[in-house]
Design a protein around this ligand. Structure first.
Ligand code: NDP
Length: 490
């Protein structure tokens, strides 16, 4: 199936008529073509968005909210089609796409459709100076949204929904590796009555299409989710133009397990936080630290639980682990495993490519557990972004805190303990944007979402996202007070 760009409400081929192969990772075969868009396509998308902006930014909050709610509803109605498309494009289990990815894409639109009706700005009375200030929060104009391949529609809509709710018009690019559901979203937007040009979706490579969006002098802000190196590059390109930037980048998150935790819940959740979506979630707890008293027990139980995970055809409802997203990514992940010994690691489980019957060319890999001795080793310091976790023991809170923080990343952390005092002391010192206690990936969309250090700049979620997509302008009104405090004299 061929994908087209979605510009001014129409589906069109790229100006160059150049195309990129789109792969189905579960079979390792090309199943369609994606536009290889260039600067001219981004310019067309910008012009469309710019034309739509005056009207969309003056559309009432109620009407914007109504249209976004309609998009949410249509995503839900098309849930099975979208989930099947996501699974085929990405290799993730269909069951996961059905239970998580697509419902969340719908929830993103529903959430921001409602949030905008509650969004308010501040007022400051300058007491004693006879002045009143209020803050106007106006949409920025045309903004760029660039998203990665691991949670394609989920993360694409997480950016687009608040941008549109706040009254901006958007030029968006999904990853060229997983463009299908973003393409299908265009039709949904048309059916929902989103005015032409309000959302424009341009497909292509990061280094050409993505670069053209970031470098466009009139695109006012960039909301980006992806790798840390790409984020650094985007920041360099955008900085001289003083663009507003929201960067959600990589992670190498600690999962810290104390012996006083609820063991069964921890074990079950740790399997998920390690390997959900083939470990290709920026929030996965890829560095597992276990208190020495339960280390041996955990090691045995964790290996046993992971060995029961079913690897196979993403379309099979019993599959826990589907295919990795691409051959290139599979090779990157397996190179860490092949060199584990060199980095001081011992593979306790997994590490092998898997041949799935009938899908022999798909990109399947066993979930892999590597025991390491030193947090400074490459396996613990670099983001592998696949079904690979490391485990190592610790003795004291101080030691584990030092190891958790001794890394360039700071996206999320998970803590397993029933000790409230320990929890409160540790959460203040862990260097991360998000800390989960006795749970993982429990999300309330009102909360701030993002990382510190090399995991990013800025926060998404709730009013933080609406603040990002608006420019605050303070209005100061000076007035005069007469003697009786009224304008009319007796
Ligand atoms: P990339 O950084 O390679 O790509 C992300 C997006 O940016 C893609 O759409 C890509 O296009 C595009 N892109 C690439 N180069 C440029 C450029 N020079 N200018 C503009 N856009 C560009 O990341 P991945 O897609 O490989 O995603 C995995 C990464 O994303 C991991 O590091 C992961 O941790 C991170 N991530 C972070 C999250 C967070 O919330 N903090 C959540 C999910 C993932 P294309 O793919 O077409 O080349």
């Amino acid at each position: 199936m061929n994908i087209q760009n979605y510009i001014y409400g129409r589906f069109i081929d790229p100006v160059s008529n150049e195309w990129i192969d789109n792969y189905n990772p579960s079979v390792g075969q090309v199943y369609g073509q994606t536009p290889n868009s260039g600067k001219e396509d981004v310019e067309k998308a910008f012009q469309a968005a710019n034309k739509a902006f005056p009207s969309w930014s003056n559309t009432s909050i109620d009407e914007r909210s109504r249209i976004l709610l309609k998009i949410a509803q249509l995503i839900t109605e098309k849930q099975s089609e979208l989930a099947a498309a996501e699974s085929k494009d990405n290799g993730k289990p269909l069951a996961l796409a059905t239970a998580i990815d697509i419902p969340r894409a719908s929830a993103n639109f529903r959430f921001f459709a409602n949030a905008i009706t509650q969004f308010a700005s501040e007022a400051h009375e300058s007491v004693g100076m006879d002045a009143m200030n209020f803050t106007l929060r106006q949409p920025l104009g045309v903004v760029g949204c660039i998203s990665p391949w691991n949670l394609p529609l989920y993360l694409f809509t997480w950016k687009i929904a608040p941008a549109l709710a706040a009254g901006n018009c958007v030029v968006a690019k999904p990853s060229e590796v997983t463009p299908m559901t973003a393409f299908l979203l265009g039709e949904i937007c048309n059916r929902a009555g989103l005015p032409k040009g309000v959302l424009n979706i341009v497909h292509g490579l990061g280094t050409t299409t993505g670069q053209a969006i970031v470098a466009h002098p009139k695109i006012k802000a960039i909301s980006f989710t992806g790798g840390t190196q790409t984020g650094a590059h985007i920041a360099r390109v955008a900085a001289p133009m003083f663009k507003k930037l929201s960067l959600e980048l990589g992670g190498k998150n600690p999962n810290i397990i104390f012996s006083d935790c609820d063991y069964e819940n921890m074990l079950h959740t740790t399997v998920r936080s390690s390997f959900a979506n083939q470990g290709q979630i920026c929030l996965c707890g890829s560095r597992i630290f276990v208190e020495r008293g339960i280390y041996q027990r955990f090691k045995v139980d964790f290996v046993e639980a992971v060995s029961k995970l079913k690897i196979g055809d993403p379309a099979n409802p019993k599959t826990d682990i589907g295919a990795l997203v691409s051959d290139q990514h599979l090779k990157k992940v397996t190179s860490y495993i092949a060199n584990a010994h060199k980095y001081g690691g011992t593979v306790l489980f997994g590490g092998n490519n898997v041949q799935v019957e009938g899908l022999e060319h798909g990109y399947y890999l066993q979930p892999t557990i590597i025991e390491v001795q030193d947090n400074q080793c490459k396996l613990n310091q670099e983001e592998i972004f696949g079904p690979v976790v490391t485990i190592m023991p610790f003795d004291t809170e101080e030691e584990v805190l030092q190891m958790a923080n001794d890394i360039t990343y700071g996206l999320s952390a998970t803590l397993w303990t029933n000790n409230l005092n320990r929890t409160m002391q540790m959460v203040k010192q862990i260097q991360a944007g998000i800390v989960w206690i006795n749970t993982w990936l429990l999300r309330d969309l009102r909360t701030p979402f993002g990382g510190v250090k090399n995991s990013g700049v800025g926060r998404e979620g709730g009013f933080e996202a609406l603040r990002f997509f608006t420019e605050p302008k303070n209005i100061c009104i000076k007035y005069q007070t007469s003697e009786n405090g009224l304008t009319t004299k007796k």
